[in-house]
Design a binder for this molecule. Structure first.
Ligand code: ZN
Ligand code: FE
Length: 242
């Protein structure tokens, strides 16, 4: 493992992620919603910031990027197709690109659905997936711009990654997702166990992320949906779930 990861809680329930390549010492951050909570984390990691990786254009994923880029001279990475609504990109990327991160690299995965320009980053070194608002633990993002078919295809790309991959999503929505998941899949024993684990973590005020992809494959109803139609039905049910 060359790339390590730390969660930085931001706003009310966002996570930004700080990554470090142990070989080169390069430091990156994913989706900084705001700069102030990132600065002490960056200082503790080495006091420099080389890359800012953006998954999509929503303010709660990009608003801290300009200040951090200016303060540390970090290079901003984001979807070339969405450059018009992202902070100024130094490294515009597309599906399948490999972004060099010290001795490691990030593979760009197109995941349109939550927004049409949404991308994810997969670091094979370290086994890390930064999926923004496409997938959450036991849930998926709302379909603001894309269709259920788009979401189905995006999630299936994640499902092909190694099960030990650590899923680093954009929000701590796990407990509310768990309530919906167990309502649609009550007999799933892996899900029952994950719900218990999540409730215990939240009682102690701890993060439920990152989570292993294999756990999501066993518990996330959206990742387990058999086709785009059933995913669409689940998404509508979740949107109306109290
Ligand atoms: Zn979003
Ligand atoms: Fe978000």
């Amino acid at each position: 493992m060359t790339v390590s990861v730390t969660a930085i809680p931001m706003l009310t329930d966002n996570y930004s992620w700080l990554i470090k390549d142990s070989v080169s010492g390069k430091i990156g951050i994913i989706d900084p919603a705001e700069a102030p909570p990132a600065i002490p984390a960056i200082e503790a990691a080495g006091g420099h910031l080389d890359f800012i990786f953006l998954t999509h254009h929503h303010g709660d994923h990009i608003d801290g990027a300009p200040e951090l880029a200016k303060r540390y001279g970090a290079k901003v990475v984001g979807n070339a197709c969405d450059a018009h609504r992202l902070p100024k990109l130094d490294i515009p990327v597309r599906e399948g690109d490999e972004v060099k991160f010290g001795a490691a690299s990030a593979r760009v995965i197109d995941t349109p659905a939550h927004t049409l320009g949404h991308i994810a980053y997969y670091f094979a070194d370290g086994g890390l997936l930064f999926c923004g608002d496409t997938m959450f633990s036991m849930g998926c993002g709302r379909l603001f711009e894309g269709t259920a078919a788009d979401m189905y295809e995006s999630l299936q790309k994640f499902a092909e990654l190694p099960p030990e991959t650590l899923v680093c999503a954009g929000h701590e929505y796990t407990q509310s997702n768990a309530k919906f998941a167990i309502s649609v899949d009550p007999e799933n024993t892996a899900l029952q166990a994950r719900v218990k684990e999540v409730d215990a973590l939240r009682r102690e005020g701890k993060a439920t992320l990152p989570v292993r992809l294999g756990v999501e494959v066993a518990t996330n109803p959206f990742l387990r949906a058999l086709d785009a139609q059933s995913l669409g039905r689940l998404r509508s049910a979740k949107d109306n779930f109290k």
